[in-house]
Design a protein around this ligand. Sequence first.
Ligand SMILES: [Zn+2]
Length: 257
Amino acid sequence: MVVVFQSLFVLGGLIILILLAFRMKGEKAVINMPENYKELLEDYVQFYRQLDEADKRLFEKRVEKFLIDVKITGVNAEIEEVDRILIAAGAIIPVFIFSDWEYINLQEILLYPGSFNEEFDQAGTDRYIAGMVGTGAMQHKMILTKWQLRQGFINNNDTHNTAIHEFVHLVDKMDGTMDGVPEIILERKYVQQWKNIMDSTIWQMKTYGSDINMYGATSHIEFFAVISEYFFKQPELLKTNHTEVYDMLQRIYRTRD
Ligand SMILES: [Zn+2]
């Protein structure tokens, strides 16, 4: 009988320890989230607004996890709650369908107030230096600018979203090479077809001009990032104007009509 009581005592202690561990884990997540983050998502993130209720809850969980995992540091810029939420939204939108996705190639995001011209390692630098994915000494860091970050979500009439652009570079980079071909999510049988579509669309852009941001014509890397901004921001317009590109992006991002 004594042995039974002792066993129950030990078992009870273990259960309490496990419950405490889960509680601590839960508290960490709560501490990191702004109180009104669901409202901020609803107000500013069109992609989130269009999700059904179940997917909205999933999106919120992903945003929470991202903000726990990745450090965001202001450089001469105050980070407001809306900035943290928009950065996380930009990170989750391209990979929302991949439920266990983690940006293992990212540790920290530096947020600048406006465009910057300090002497960074310039590889991977984007138009007007609105954002960049770091290389060399800046490895595992991303730079975003507050003004461009917000414009990307507030202005729904254009095809630009700097945060999505930079996170798509990271998705592209995840297979080891940044080349406009995200082999980690694009089935191998479509790789050549995607390269051909990129080449022909870039040729059309250079020859006839385009509603696609011309920065995308500079390389496959930039084409993939620029066209992904367009895809997530104005999917219907992309479908109408560039059906072949749209179909392939649906394959890459596993979205359906
Ligand atoms: Zn870029």
